[in-house]
Ligand binder design. Structure first.
Ligand SMILES: NC(=O)c1ccc[n+]([C@@H]2O[C@H](COP(=O)([O-])OP(=O)(O)OC[C@H]3O[C@@H](n4cnc5c(N)ncnc54)[C@H](O)[C@@H]3O)[C@@H](O)[C@H]2O)c1
Length: 292
């Protein structure tokens, strides 16, 4: 997209953290914003605050784990603003599993897969047909994480596995969108920790994914995590959500696939990966790339 002024952006997980920052930054760039979140009250508060700042914004309570709910989000956006140009599949949770992976509850897996992975798939299926049919330029930003998207933290298999899946899904989407007016990017928030609600996702865990047995260790809080880092001598640095949102906006305008913290060790690997996606998006090359 060469310009975002007057265009419509839908952002999931928009009540707080990075999603809210996308609403702020995109709104200041002249976009109309549709924020979606599973928590209606924080969503309404955020929408009121952005509107008070002059952003044209509505909030649509949405559960990205539910396809009908995501289709209703699309319909609400189209009813109100007539088009969707940018879709940010950003809602995500940390599953809060404890102990070794072989003792993790299946519910921990189910919740993480439902939100972090199905949420992205639901967004793609609900919105892409409309975005492509409009014939207008568009962009999809899927939020992954360095944790899983680049390499996993072994203590968080549900999160890391689902965020790795987000990278692969977005790579396939990017390859398939080649030659259309819609593009895609994968977002790795960072380079440092973001002090958002993510570390306390357990506070709003839905009943249908509730744990089946009590936790042995207390749930993490951001403060507890910081204490652990200090005790381990790990330097603590923060990235502001608005900087991540600005990086996403820059990537939309510059049509860059990887939105990741500048890191010379990964830059070349990612560049090669993008080339390989584009090569494989050509049917002839794809056939050559499949052994046998
Ligand atoms: N905070 C970090 O350091 C960090 C790092 C890498 C990636 N991320 C990713 O960034 C994205 C945004 O997270 P954040 O850090 O802003 O955390 P956050 O908890 O502040 O925001 C996530 C939002 O998603 C919403 N949400 C949860 N389940 C939902 C559902 N089923 N349907 C709709 N909305 C739902 C939450 O209510 C919350 O408002 C997530 O995908 C997260 O995995 C965050």
């Amino acid at each position: 997209m060469k310009s975002v002024e007057g265009k419509v952006a839908v952002v999931t997980g928009g009540a707080g953290g990075i999603g809210r920052a996308m609403g702020e930054v995109f709104g200041k760039a002249g976009m109309t914003i549709v924020l979606a979140d599973v928590q209606p009250e924080p969503l309404a508060k955020t929408v009121a605050e952005l509107a008070a700042d002059g952003v044209e914004v509505i909030g649509v309570p949405t559960d990205v784990a539910n396809y009908d709910s995501v289709c209703a989000l699309r319909d609400a956006a189209l009813d109100r603003y007539g088009a969707v140009h940018v879709l940010c599949n950003n809602a995500g949770i940390g599953a809060g599993a404890e102990g070794p992976i072989w003792e993790h509850e299946l519910r921990d897996w189910e919740w993480a897969i439902a939100v972090n992975m199905w949420g992205v798939i639901h967004g793609i299926n609900a919105f892409l047909p409309t975005m492509l049919a409009s014939g207008e330029p568009g962009h999809v930003v899927n939020t992954s994480s360095g944790n899983g998207g680049i390499s996993p933290l072994p203590s968080t298999p549900q999160y890391a596995a689902t965020k790795a899946a987000v990278v692969t899904i977005t790579e396939c989407l990017y390859g398939q969108l080649a030659g259309t007016r819609v593009s895609a990017s994968v977002l790795f928030p960072g380079p440092h920790m973001l002090r958002t609600g993510l570390f306390e996702s357990w506070r709003s865990r839905p009943e249908r994914f509730a744990k089946t047995r009590p936790r042995v260790t207390p749930y993490t809080t951001v403060e507890a995590l910081e204490e652990q880092m200090k005790a381990a001598g790990v330097p603590i640095a923060y990235t502001e959500p608005v900087d991540v949102a600005q990086a996403a906006l820059d990537a939309i305008l510059g049509d860059r696939f990887w939105i990741h913290p500048e890191n010379p060790r990964t830059d070349e690997a990612l560049r090669q990966r993008t080339q390989s996606i584009l090569d494989r998006s050509q049917p002839d090359n794809y056939l050559r790339a499949v052994p046998g």
